[in-house]
Design a protein around this ligand. Structure first.
Ligand SMILES: [Mg+2]
Length: 282
């Protein structure tokens, strides 16, 4: 690693952390969280230094405030304004589009951030939901045929199609778990002819929302994550510092077969090793 990159790390104005596989690991239903090495210590260090941070998961199984509790219970220092999900990004984005009535394929954690910003949430599971401006897909293990049918009708009649994530798997302590929004968006593709627009990572909407949340520019941020297809490209494509940790989905060899242009600027075993690098030379 070059001196220039370690300097860039030390001068980072704000951090965006991934959750699963970076700070904690849970089971397949996203329960029973274990803290990963150095995660709590590094965030405590940032707090002591007054460096702002946000944890941005691609999970929508819970609302941001519920994830704050999960992380706090796992020993990660969190305040209510330190957590974002794709639904935080979606709420911000859908309001900006001037949309009012949104059909949601998702559990309460998916739609609560939308309702909190004043959007009218219509559940895809109800009979005759009527016209909507957009369809938004998130964590939804309980879906059935009616959800697919109502979403298809809404998109056929002109609603935009959005998803929290199009990533097939997320890291758990028992191996990969299926991302339900990816599966549902894939089910709707041949019916609607449309690719759902991704609002979570690695979209630019996600990192722009994180930057706005922290009151910083995107190029003042460092993004820390375990997924070679999510945090690293989101950081690199938008001018933030890209930091890859080996504790999750991809492990230490995720970039071995990839073109050098896709490599992270910093690749470390875990957040603890990142903290050592950050403090090195202090
Ligand atoms: Mg992850």
């Amino acid at each position: 690693m070059t001196q220039q990159i370690t300097e860039k790390l030390r001068h980072t104005k704000g951090f965006v952390f991934d959750m699963d596989g970076t700070l904690i690991l849970g089971d397949k239903k996203n329960n029973n969280m274990n803290t990963l090495p150095g995660a709590a210590d590094f965030i405590n260090l940032l707090k002591d230094k007054g460096i702002p941070y946000v944890v941005m998961t691609n999970g929508t199984a819970r609302s941001p405030k519920d994830y704050v509790k999960v992380l706090s219970d796992a020993g990660i220092p969190m305040d209510n304004n330190t957590m974002m999900t794709p639904s935080s990004v979606a709420a911000d984005y859908l309001v900006k589009q001037g949309y009012k009535r949104i059909m949601v394929l998702g559990c309460p954690g998916v739609w609560e951030p939308l309702a909190d910003l004043g959007l009218e949430v219509v559940l895809s599971s109800i009979d005759n939901p009527g016209p909507v401006d957009a369809v938004y897909i998130g964590w939804y293990r309980e879906f059935g045929f009616k959800d697919i049918e109502n979403a298809w009708i809404a998109v056929r009649d002109g609603a935009g199609l959005y998803t929290a994530s199009d990533v097939p798997f997320f890291a758990t302590a028992n191996g990969p778990g299926i991302g339900t929004s990816c599966a549902l968006a894939a089910a709707l593709k041949p019916l609607t002819g449309k690719d759902a627009v991704v609002l979570g990572k690695p979209s630019r909407y996600a990192i722009e929302a994180a930057a706005r949340h922290l009151g910083l520019a995107v190029n003042e941020l460092a993004v820390v994550g375990d997924d070679a297809d999510l945090e690293v490209p989101m950081a690199k494509d938008n001018g933030a510092l890209s930091i890859y940790v080996h504790t999750g989905t991809g492990g230490p060899n995720a970039f071995d077969e990839r073109d050098e242009s896709t490599w992270p600027e910093i690749s470390v075993a875990n957040v603890g090793a990142l903290m050592a690098l950050y403090q090195d030379g202090e």
